[in-house]
Design a protein around this ligand. Structure first.
Ligand code: C2O
Ligand code: CU
Ligand code: CU
Length: 552
């Protein structure tokens, strides 16, 4: 339910905000004995440094990192570039809509790899979906137009079977596309990248830099015990009393977050959601809670103008039921197989779930399963504060969020045909329509310049899957039979969440749920094009929960 401006002010301004001394983290923030450090904010060089691309081709090199690269702790591989005497690591590529992009990619690591431009509407030769690879020492030349709406996109490796490990080691970067809507918003709110507009790249990591996935990790997804934001552990950010824009990317291999803001005393603070994967919404939405699965993005405004110097706020991930119920399916002998899972009976309306009682211990075949399978000391769905904001300065700031942010027509469904897609587990593998990925096969064949609706249905005995399509943004039309905690967040009669509005390229489908999306396969590229449709839980993707899509 949208919160009014008045309720918002009540939540933020009317509180006797417990102004903690800056050294004393709130209980539960980053773990008891962690030390707070300033949030790393990308600049015009270095890690995630903003790099405006011009006519020149950019040479981007995948490389093993050394001390010279000043990488965040734990990252061992990355994308390096040298431009105009500046060194970049995982540069943020800043593009204008419709500009030409030329990237000469050099593979300097000792595994085959390829760069995929997540969310960009490019032809399959430039998509980097994994059908072509750069061998160690090899190169790949990209040349495409930035056709997308303004938004935050990203890039990461996509060599089938090796993606998860390469991303975990540190290979990921941002792509920012700007257009007129974007400039208007920045002008209206006086947003300056690096000052009042800040990307938050979330990645959960284990103490070990090495990627060593166990059987349980491959089943559930690889979860880390520390959440880094822009590479910073236990970060805080000094702020002024004004509106901030946070552009959030979940670059975690598998972890889903339930994000929200709260005061130091624990009172939830609403925020304004202005966009997601595919750019700005037509209008801003007040929001309290947002689930964010692997690869999804959120564009968030937070108004701090009613706070006082010394006040603190926290970005947190809240407690939720992760709904990992795959063991019911995975139990080996059929005679001992668990009965189908009933959401209501399992207490999915309850905030706390007893993992042990639900059989969340990983498959017995795996000796590491006890501790490694489900996030160790930080299971998915555990609450934790992730970032502290510390108000340092009172300033006069009067700007208001524009009522209209963009215009976005609904996809015309008059001629649309429907395609059913089932997500499930069988014979040890996560599957789409009972199939696993096979290189060269395209079980999904689409006619170019047609509109399709895809009904993506997840079994009850499953877990949430973050389904992603290359090359085309989609519109979420409806959610059906959503589990109670998800249904509780719906913003319309079609069961959609605030985070479903606008255009998406990745959508989280919960157990027992069906999500219908509309895709306009308008395709300006001559010849057959091959894209991927897959779960963005990277362990699931590497395990074959992916199908080729041919557009001809
Ligand atoms: Cu972000 Cu096919 O991936
Ligand atoms: Cu993608
Ligand atoms: Cu999955």
């Amino acid at each position: 339910m949208p919160l009014s401006r008045r309720e918002f002010i009540k939540a933020v301004g009317g509180l006797a905000l417990a102004s903690l001394p800056p050294e004393a983290p709130a209980a539960g923030w980053c773990g008891a004995d962690a030390h707070a450090a300033p949030l790393f904010v990308p600049r015009d060089r270095g890690f995630l440094g903003r790099l405006g691309l011009g006519e020149q081709a950019l040479t981007l090199r995948a490389a093993a990192l050394s001390a010279r690269d000043s990488a965040p702790a734990g990252l061992t591989w990355g994308y390096v570039a040298q431009v105009g005497g500046r060194a970049y690591l995982n540069p943020t590529l800043v593009l204008h809509r419709d500009q030409r992009v030329r990237v000469d990619f050099v593979n300097g690591i000792d595994e085959p790899t390829i760069v995929h431009w997540h969310g960009l509407a490019v032809d399959s030769r430039n998509d980097g979906g994994g059908t072509t690879l750069a061998e160690p020492g090899g190169r790949y030349a990209y040349d495409f137009g930035a056709r997308n709406r303004s938004s935050l996109y990203w890039y990461h490796p996509h060599p089938h079977g090796l993606t998860a490990g390469q991303v975990y080691r540190g290979m990921f970067g941002l792509v920012e596309i700007t257009d007129e809507d974007e400039s208007r918003l920045r002008a209206a709110l006086d947003l300056v990248p690096g000052k009042s507009e800040i990307p938050l790249v979330l990645q959960d990591r284990r103490a070990e830099a090495r990627y060593a996935a166990t059987d349980a990790d491959r089943m559930h997804g690889f979860l880390g015990e520390n959440v880094l934001i822009n590479g910073s552990a236990c970060p805080y950010l000094d702020v002024e009393t004004r509106i901030y824009r946070f552009r959030v990317l979940n670059a975690s291999n598998a972890r889903t977050y339930r994000l929200g803001w709260r005061t130091a005393a624990g009172t939830p603070v609403p925020f304004t959601l202005i966009g997601n994967d595919g750019g700005l919404f037509p209008a801003p939405r007040d929001c309290t809670d947002a689930y964010l699965a692997s690869a999804e993005r959120l564009d968030v405004l937070l108004d701090l103008s009613n706070l006082g110097v010394g006040d603190t706020l926290f970005l947190e991930t809240r407690s939720f039921d992760p709904m990992h119920m795959e063991e019911a399916t995975a139990a080996p002998p059929p005679d001992q197989a668990a009965p189908p899972v009933d959401h209501a009976a399992m207490g999915h309306t309850m905030p706390e779930v007893d993992h042990a009682a639900m059989g969340h211990a990983a498959p017995p075949a795996d000796p590491h399963a006890q501790h490694a399978g489900h996030g160790g000391s930080f299971p998915e769905g555990t609450a934790r504060a992730l970032l502290q904001l510390r108000v340092r300065r009172k300033i006069a700031y009067r700007a208001r969020v524009p009522a209209q942010l963009s215009s976005l027509p609904e996809i015309d469904l008059a001629q649309a045909t429907e395609r059913p897609l089932r997500l499930g587990f069988a014979k040890g593998r996560w599957r789409i329509n009972d199939r696993v990925f096979a290189m060269g096969e395209t079980p999904i064949e689409v006619k170019r310049n047609t509109v399709e609706t895809w009904l993506i249905r997840n079994y009850f005995n499953s877990m949430p899957h973050a389904m992603h399509l290359h090359g085309f943004a989609f519109e979420v039309l409806e959610r059906q039979t959503s589990p109670d905690p998800i249904a509780a967040l719906k913003v319309d009669e079609r069961g959609r969440l605030a985070t479903d509005l606008g255009r998406k390229d990745t959508v989280l489908v919960w157990p027992g749920e069906s999500v219908r999306v509309a895709i306009d396969f308008a395709c300006p590229f001559p010849g057959d094009q091959t894209y991927m449709f897959h779960c963005h839980n990277l362990e699931h993707e590497d395990g074959g929960m992916m199908l080729g899509v041919k557009v001809s």
